[in-house]
Ligand binder design. Structure first.
Ligand code: TMP
Length: 258
């Protein structure tokens, strides 16, 4: 790994470095966990490694079903190679079940099924603490064009349907999740693609049987056991860590009675 590579951007949980070729970046997953716009901050050892793997898994599945994403491939335990995109300054949240800020804002009981999936937009701004905005704000202020917004909503619903099924298959309810989108410039063409990460940091994932939280709410609400919960998600998705794989390949001493 080139230690002198240029750092392009550092966020709360990830760092972007320049990539090996023009138009590529390296996305590095840190162990930092933050909540409430960084008022709460903790290093949780191992979180970055698991999120790198889970996000790799999700983005590979999305690429396979023809959802365009920035993801190219995972490079190592903490890093993945991605296409450089121009991030659209929106956090796009899709909700299937009432929870979190929606429950608070509208007085809905956490866990209540919503009449249908709901898309919300938040304007990405740390100073303003990511305020909820409407489509009118987005197009009027030019954060995205009406055509881009149509593409974003269609992609968000498609990803929601796909991921809801994927997680339900392993006994997990996708309560809600956050996505980010970017503009990918390909010659004369510009396309909207899914960017950033999709991991237990950016989703609410509840065990179908017990409603146990398997996501970052464990940190936000001081429930403990965050890494164990993320590991459980990875295990159910069939993702082995590299350490597990090394251990599996190691020769095993066969015990005999003699
Ligand atoms: P909320 O209920 O707090 O608005 O969160 C909705 C979803 O978005 C939830 O799955 C967590 C995720 N999320 C992020 O990924 N980043 C954020 O900064 C916030 C506030 C929420």
């Amino acid at each position: 790994m080139n230690k002198n590579r240029r750092r392009v951007y550092e966020g709360k949980a990830k760092i972007l470095y320049e990539g090996p070729e023009p138009g590529t970046l390296v996305q590095h997953f840190k162990d930092d966990a933050t909540a409430f716009n960084k008022q709460k901050h903790q290093i949780i050892e191992g979180k970055g490694v698991i999120n790198n793997r889970i996000s790799e898994f999700v983005f590979n599945r999305l690429n396979e079903i023809g959802v365009p994403t920035h993801f190219i491939r995972r490079l190592n335990m903490r890093e993945q190679l991605i296409r450089e995109v121009e991030i659209i300054p929106l956090e796009v949240v899709v909700r299937n079940v009432a929870a979190g800020s929606l429950s608070k804002r509208l007085g809905l009981e956490e866990g209540a099924a919503l009449p249908r999936s709901i898309i919300e937009f938040y304007y990405k701004s740390d100073e303003l603490q990511d305020p909820l905005v409407s489509e009118e704000h987005i197009t009027a202020f030019g954060w995205a064009t009406p055509q881009e917004l149509d593409d974003i909503m269609a992609l968000a619903l498609r990803v929601n349907d796909f991921l809801s099924g994927l997680f339900l298959g392993i006994g997990i309810r996708l309560v809600d999740f956050k996505m980010e989108f970017g503009r990918l410039y390909e010659g004369e063409m510009v396309r909207v693609v899914v960017a950033d990460e999709i991991s237990p940091d950016s989703c609410r994932l509840w065990d179908v049987q017990t409603n146990e939280k398997l996501d970052k709410d464990r940190f936000r609400r001081d429930l403990g056991g965050l890494v164990e919960a993320y590991q459980e998600v990875a295990r159910r998705l069939g993702i082995l860590t590299e350490q597990d794989q090394r251990e599996r390949k190691r020769p095993v001493l066969v015990k005999t009675d003699r």
